[in-house]
Design a protein around this ligand. Structure first.
Ligand code: URP
Ligand code: ZN
Ligand code: ZN
Length: 471
């Protein structure tokens, strides 16, 4: 008779607040003992020399998301969650996108059908509100929040998603009434369109010019507008994928006024620069780095690190938004329309599998941040902010037995052939890291082991969520 289903022995447990030698006993998928010595388990994992971290919680990924231009997202739930598992994650949060003219509830149900039975890690959906009709604002959103969809994203740009200021304010008001958290894509649509027209008129159509069209000014202005609307409504918001100093300063300005403004940044803003979008020689290869907001420059990277250290950033997510470079029938980044102008290049890059190793290596290994900060921004804080804590995001009695067993000294070079995502490239090709997830454990079961997926498709479960700790 075994007391535990699983024991993790000999490792160093790390949480957002602590670090200590301990062994962990797991029963029925939950942590039931943390002590000096755990014995009597059906299965033991020897974690000698490893860090035992809470499984990564990636609060911002896109999988199986419909597009309106004939391109196809490179990851469905199967490949996307497989990549997440290999990268040390146990929970991911994709977006259920409302298609304009369609009921939000119907879109959420369709999205569940895509995910059902296909996931290797646990998932929970944010909503994207693209069409805030009276029916959506008055009935659908309040009912969906009550059903555990407690966060939604709004866009200040993209023709098919942009909301007017009046619509943003209406959505913020519903969020306030329902205690839901709004995530804001803050880039000013008109400023982007203005710059795009100017660049195209000057014949500047290569992918590189995406960076100039999605300017820092457009990001800064929209961030200011978003926090101002939040002040007017008196509601907490999250500014997602902050790319550099300008938008960061707006978040800091808002916080000085006492506003509850949260901020997210992502791996691309500490590793990539605008010049990556030049490709080899202003060629189309630069499309591999096109995302929004775009990567900026080395000064912006330094600013992001300042913001990570000083608490401006609450969460570090991947914004995994994968397209193939070469997709069949024009479904990838390299499609005939995109060759005519940067404005048609699908926005987004893959990153769910590389988020944790890149941040650990650039942050913890290089001595920029503590390992507690790493755990906080990549697991604990997203779990709290999005209403999943303490079930997710920590190592504590009663929490889900979700772990990333981490070798802090393992050196790896990131290359496409070691990754599990559906994209045909990685923007981090050749990037060297020290520190790697060697095993991922979800609710007591090993799901990834030394780069091999050993979990079962469908073991990943859907979680409805409670309220954010932002309220
Ligand atoms: O370029 C990006 N990030 N596209 C994905 C959609 C979004 O705005 O997060
Ligand atoms: Zn966005
Ligand atoms: Zn995104």
């Amino acid at each position: 008779m075994h007391s535990y289903d699983l024991a993790i022995k000999g490792g160093t447990v790390v949480t957002a607040a602590d670090q200590y030698r301990a062994e962990i006993g797991v029963r029925n998928g939950k942590i039931v003992e943390i002590s000096e010595n755990v014995s009597g388990a059906r299965q033991e994992i020897d974690a000698t020399g490893l860090l035992v971290l809470p499984g990564g919680v990636d609060g911002h990924v896109h999988m199986s998301q419909p597009t309106d231009d004939g391109t196809i997202m490179a990851d469905d739930f199967e490949s996307g969650t497989r990549a997440a598992a290999a990268g040390g994650n146990t929970t991911v949060m994709p977006f259920a996108l409302q298609i304009k003219g369609k009921s939000l509830r119907a879109c959420v149900e369709d999205y569940h059908k895509e995910a059902e039975g296909n996931c290797y890690v646990d998932t929970s959906f944010h909503l994207i509100v693209s069409d805030p009709t009276p029916q959506v604002l008055g009935q659908e959103l309040p009912a969906l929040v009550k059903d555990g969809y407690t966060s939604f994203k709004v866009f200040m740009t993209y023709d098919d998603l942009v909301l007017s200021d009046a619509e943003l304010l209406d959505v913020f008001q519903v969020a306030k009434e329902e205690n839901a958290l709004v995530m804001v894509h803050a880039e000013g649509h008109d400023a982007i369109k203005f710059m795009t027209r100017k660049l195209e008129a000057a014949g500047k159509t290569a992918p590189f010019y995406h960076g100039q069209s999605h300017s820092r000014v457009a990001e800064r202005e929209a961030t200011h507008r978003a926090v101002s609307h939040a002040e007017l409504v008196d509601v907490p918001i999250v500014i997602v994928h902050v790319s550099g100093r300008d938008a960061m300063e707006q978040v800091q300005w808002a916080r000085k006024r006492g506003l509850k403004v949260y901020a997210e940044t992502c791996p691309q803003y500490i590793t990539l620069v605008e010049d990556d979008m030049k490709g080899l020689n202003m060629d189309f290869e630069g499309a591999k780095y096109v995302c929004s907001p775009p990567p900026r420059d080395l000064d912006s990277q330094a600013a992001i690190w300042e913001g990570i250290r000083d608490g401006t950033f609450d969460i570090f997510s991947s914004d995994h938004c994968p397209f193939r470079y070469q997709g069949s029938g024009g479904t990838g980044k390299d499609n005939p329309k995109a060759r005519t102008s940067f404005k048609w290049v699908p926005n987004g890059i893959p990153g769910v599998e590389t988020r944790l190793p890149i941040f650990f290596s650039e942050g913890v290994t290089k001595g920029r941040i503590s390992i507690q900060k790493f755990v906080d921004l990549t697991s604990t804080r997203p779990a709290r902010l999005y209403g999943m804590y303490p079930q997710k995001g920590t190592i504590a009695i009663g929490s889900d037995a979700d772990f990333a067993l981490w070798d802090p000294g393992m050196q790896k070079t990131i290359t496409q052939d070691i990754l599990h995502h559906g994209s045909d490239y990685t923007p981090y090709e050749g990037f060297k890291v020290t520190g790697w997830p060697v095993k991922t454990v979800l609710r007591g079961k090993v799901i990834a082991d030394d780069g091999r997926i050993v979990g079962e498709k469908g073991y990943g479960a859907y979680m409805s969520r409670g309220f954010s700790d932002a309220f």
